[in-house]
Design a protein around this ligand. Structure first.
Ligand code: ADP
Length: 319
C-alpha cells in the first residue's frame, strides 16, 4: 500500500482532529502518502480530496470539531453513490480508507468493504454506541461537559430548592446519561436500556420531599423522551414544578480531554497499522485498555450494550 485516505463523517465529536492527526502522521512516518477526504462521504462522491502533509495536521490535537469537516450524505446510502465514491478513490490512487465516525459512517465503510475496498472504521462519536469498543472518541469530553453543566445547575437548584430535569444527547444509547448521572450525583437517571416506570419515579421524588430533600437533579437521555415531555409527566403525577435544561449541541464541542486525545491517537495509528498489513474491513476499538480490531461487518451486527452494573450502582448510590 502506497497511498491511503482519511475522512470524518456523521456527527462530529471532540477528538476527531487528534485521530486525523494520528492517521496522517503515522502514515507519513511509514512512508505512505495520505489524502484527506473533506466533508465525509459527500466529499468522497464529489472528489473533495486533497493531499495532506505533516504540517496539515499541526496545531489541531487540542481542537474540537474536525478540520476535514463532516456532512450527512444520503446519496452514499445508494449503490450508485457508493460506486461514485469508489471511482473517486481509484481515480486518486487511494488504496485504503480510514473512516472516523459513528454508526452511520461505519455502515458506509461496510458498504465499501462489501464492494471489495479496504476500509478501517475508527469510532468517533460522543454517544459511545459503537460495537467492538468500550469507549468511543468524544465520549469522555462530552461527559465532562455534561458534568460541568450539572455542577452549575446544582448550584442554582439548591439555592432555589427546585427540581431540575437535564436532557442529554446519546441518540438511542443511554451511556452519556448514565455516566453523567452517576458522576454528577443525579437523583434519578432515565435511559432507554433500563427504563424506570413513572410510579417508581414518583415514589422517589415524593420520598425525597418527605425526608426534607428540597431539590433534585434528574437526567433524561434523549432516547427516552424530551426533557419537556418528562417535566409534563412529573407535573401531572406529583404536582411538582420542575425546570428543564436541554444541553443540546454544546455537548459535541470543546477541546478534547486528555483521555480522548490518547484514545484518538492510539486508534488512529492502529487503523493505519492494519492497512499497512493489508487488513481492510476492520473496526478498531479499545477493551480493557488494549487495542482490538474486529471484522466491521460482524461488529455492526452486534447490538451496543450498556453496562447495567453501572445503572444498578447509580440507583444504589442515589437513595
Ligand atoms: P454517524 O456516523 O454519526 O452515525 P450518520 O448516521 O448521519 O452519522 O451517518 C453518516 C453518513 O454515513 C450518512 O450521511 C451517510 O452518508 C453514511 N451512511 C449512513 N448509513 C449508511 C448505509 N446504510 N450505507 C452507506 N452509507 C451510510
Amino acid at each position: 500500500m502506497k497511498r491511503i485516505g482519511v475522512l470524518t463523517s456523521g456527527g462530529d465529536a471532540p477528538g476527531m482532529n487528534a485521530a486525523v492527526r494520528a492517521v496522517v502522521r503515522k502514515a507519513i512516518y511509514h512512508d505512505l502518502e495520505v489524502y484527506g477526504v473533506y466533508q465525509g462521504y459527500q466529499g468522497l462522491i464529489s472528489g473533495n480530496i486533497h493531499k495532506m502533509e505533516v504540517g496539515s495536521v499541526g496545531d489541531i490535537i487540542h481542537r474540537g470539531g474536525t478540520i476535514l469537516r463532516s456532512a450527512r450524505c444520503p446519496e452514499f446510502q445508494t449503490p450508485e453513490g457508493q460506486e461514485k465514491g469508489l471511482k473517486q478513490l481509484k481515480a486518486h490512487g487511494i488504496e485504503g480508507l480510514v473512516v472516523i465516525g459513528g454508526d452511520g459512517s461505519y455502515r458506509g465503510a461496510k458498504a465499501l468493504t462489501e464492494l471489495g475496498y479496504p476500509c478501517v472504521g475508527v469510532p468517533g462519536t460522543i454517544d459511545n454506541d459503537i460495537p467492538g469498543t468500550e469507549f468511543t472518541i468524544g465520549f469522555d469530553t462530552a461527559l465532562n461537559t455534561i458534568i460541568d453543566a450539572i455542577d452549575k445547575i446544582r448550584d442554582t437548584a439548591s439555592s432555589h430548592e427546585r427540581t431540575f430535569i437535564i436532557e442529554v444527547m446519546g441518540r438511542d444509547a443511554g451511556d452519556l446519561a448514565l455516566w453523567a448521572g452517576l458522576a454528577g450525583g443525579a437523583e434519578t437517571i432515565l435511559i432507554p436500556e433500563d427504563p424506570l416506570d413513572m410510579e417508581s419515579i414518583k415514589d422517589r421524588l415524593l420520598k425525597g420531599l418527605e425526608r426534607g430533600k428540597k431539590h433534585s437533579i434528574i437526567i433524561v437521555a434523549e432516547g427516552v423522551m424530551s426533557g419537556n415531555e418528562f417535566a409534563e409527566k412529573v407535573k401531572q403525577m406529583t404536582g411538582i414544578d420542575t425546570r428543564v435544561s436541554v444541553l443540546g449541541h454544546m455537548q459535541r464541542g470543546g477541546s478534547p480531554t486528555a483521555a480522548d486525545r490518547m484514545l484518538a491517537s492510539r486508534l488512529g495509528a492502529k487503523a493505519v497499522e492494519l492497512l499497512l498489513k493489508g487488513k481492510g474491513g476492520r473496526a478498531v476499538g479499545i477493551e480493557r485498555n488494549e487495542l482490538v480490531d474486529y471484522d466491521i461487518i460482524e461488529a455492526l451486527a452486534i447490538p451496543h450494550k450498556l453496562d447495567l452494573n453501572i445503572s444498578r450502582l447509580a440507583k444504589e448510590l442515589s437513595i
